[in-house]
Ligand binder design. Structure first.
Ligand SMILES: Cc1cc2nc3c(=O)[nH]c(=O)nc-3n(C[C@H](O)[C@H](O)[C@H](O)COP(=O)(O)O)c2cc1C
Ligand code: SF4
Length: 436
């Protein structure tokens, strides 16, 4: 049964987990989160990651705006070892909204300037953060002019609200060119790595799941065809921009029928996701960011929460079950591929107790890094507090109220309506006043 977070101490939390039959990991010692990590020669200062968080606040031309800059400078001074930039579109028509970041040859220098500033503002307790850019096409969730313009690899009756455009093989070939070119621009802008986003129902994972796509070199029953877009794009980037590290944020199971990493009933079946990771590893990929589910269809899977967005059903499962599903899923992949570093996701529900759980997970090798999404909007300086006081401050954490999701769903600038109230609390008020 769903329940709001109401645990003061690790013991309270573990007691609840026990009642639910969950073996939630816990450590009073959080030092594993503060250990450096050698990522192919790059010394990442600690195991804390700002997860990619779209905030719909770019300039019209896709460049970072003043609000974007403010968000990233807050991350930079907060002490995370990795800052994983949000989903940045590779083409205008694949933007999730008219203010999604979009990298292109006319504006890549604005990303370079932001990266320079981010490095300058990095805390001296975590100097030189590792910067990843998440490259994407929003696929079924594209809204480049603010109205839905779904473009898919294959239709899915569970997800499609209107008839989507099915991208042709030629469209996909042109799109692959854009990914490759964007990787080059990202390198010139000073990113350490590019992430080919393959999760949360957007285009690349849609193609991984596109079994019903017909007469195509990018889909059908065979994994060889469905994996092709991602793997060939990686191969091409490796040839064209060999200097940049490549990673992917991978949805290991969508948990809906017709999705990736599921059986016929939409339950997790990791057979194909494991096969894909095997192929990624054989291409020398060294870092994965693991996630699951779809924020549109089953948001409690990718981000366990207290309060759903208004109009959505309260999920039946307890949020701790969602947290545990993510921990176990990542652990399984780590166990099979111990040479691959992996970021674990979905911790923000745990509020000030998240570091105790994450430290046990990282300490036991079930993930390599702990990535914080909503909590980075709310409390970007949590890493510094962990370094300086050994704990997270309960009054600063995310309370998983879904306010930030409400903002970006209504195509407004996103951030924490609770802990960064002056800007985003006011945005929410304006949104409500506008009747959205
Ligand atoms: C407002 C919002 C925007 C998000 N944007 C992205 C994104 O751009 N790319 C991505 O991979 N995940 C995105 N996510 C998912 C988060 O990165 C993260 O996986 C999720 O919030 C669960 O982690 P948490 O419990 O720490 O919040 C977004 C989530 C939210 C709430
Ligand atoms: S608005 Fe703030 S408190 Fe609410 S979910 Fe988003 S980050 Fe968390």
């Amino acid at each position: 049964m769903h329940e709001r977070f109401r645990y003061g101490t690790g013991n309270d939390l573990l007691q609840k987990a026990k009642e639910l039959g969950l073996e939630l990991p816990w450590s009073d010692d959080i030092s594993s989160l503060l250990m450096p990590f050698d990522l192919n020669g790059f010394n990442v200062s600690n195991r804390l990651v700002v997860q990619p968080m779209e905030a719909h606040d770019s300039e019209n031309n896709g460049s970072p705006s003043e609000l974007t800059r403010r968000r990233y400078l807050r991350y930079a001074s907060g002490g995370s070892g990795i800052i994983w930039y949000e989903a940045v579109s590779v083409v205008h028509e694949g933007r999730s909204g008219p203010h999604q970041l979009w990298i292109n040859k006319l504006n890549f220098d604005s990303f370079a300037r932001l990266n320079d500033e981010v490095r300058e503002h990095a805390s001296n307790q975590a100097p030189d953060p590792f910067l990843v850019i998440q490259l994407t096409h929003s696929g079924r969730y594209s809204k480049p002019e603010g109205v839905p313009k779904p473009q898919v690899g294959a239709p899915n009756p569970i997800l499609d609200k209107t008839t989507p455009v099915i991208l042709t093989d030629d469209d996909l070939k042109r799109l692959a060119d854009r990914f490759v070119e964007s990787a080059r621009l990202a390198y010139r802008a000073g990113f350490n790595a590019i992430d080919l986003k393959a999760c949360h129902g957007y285009l690349v994972i849609d193609l991984l799941a596109a079994k019903t796509r017909e007469n195509s070199i990018f889909g059908g029953e065979e994994t060889r065809l469905r994996f092709r877009f991602l793997l060939e794009t990686i191969d091409r980037i490796k040839d064209y921009v060999p200097e940049i590290m490549i990673t992917t944020r991978l949805g290991i199971s969508d948990l809906y029928t017709g999705g990736f990493g599921v059986d016929a009933d939409g339950e997790p079946d990791f057979t194909e996701s494991l096969q894909l990771v095997e192929q990624l590893a054989s291409r020398g990929i060294e870092l994965l960011n693991i996630t699951m589910g779809s924020p549109y269809h089953n948001p409690h899977v990718s981000r366990p929460y207290d309060t759903p967005v208004p109009g959505s059903k309260v999920p039946e499962e307890h949020p701790l079950q969602g947290v545990m599903r993510m921990i176990n899923g990542t652990a399984l992949f780590r166990e099979r591929f111990p040479g691959l570093a992996m970021v674990g996701s979905g911790w923000s529900y745990l509020r000030h107790l998240a570091p105790g759980v994450a430290a046990a997970v990282i300490g036991s090798g079930r993930a390599t890094f702990a990535g914080f999404g909503r909590n980075s909007f709310a409390y970007p300086s949590m890493p510094l507090d962990l370094m300086n006081t050994g704990k997270a401050a309960p009054k600063k954490t995310c309370i998983t109220c879904s306010g930030c999701t409400r903002l970006i769903r209504s195509l407004r600038p996103g951030g924490c309506v609770i802990r960064d109230r002056e800007i985003y609390g006011n945005e929410l008020k304006k949104m409500i006043a506008d009747g959205k």
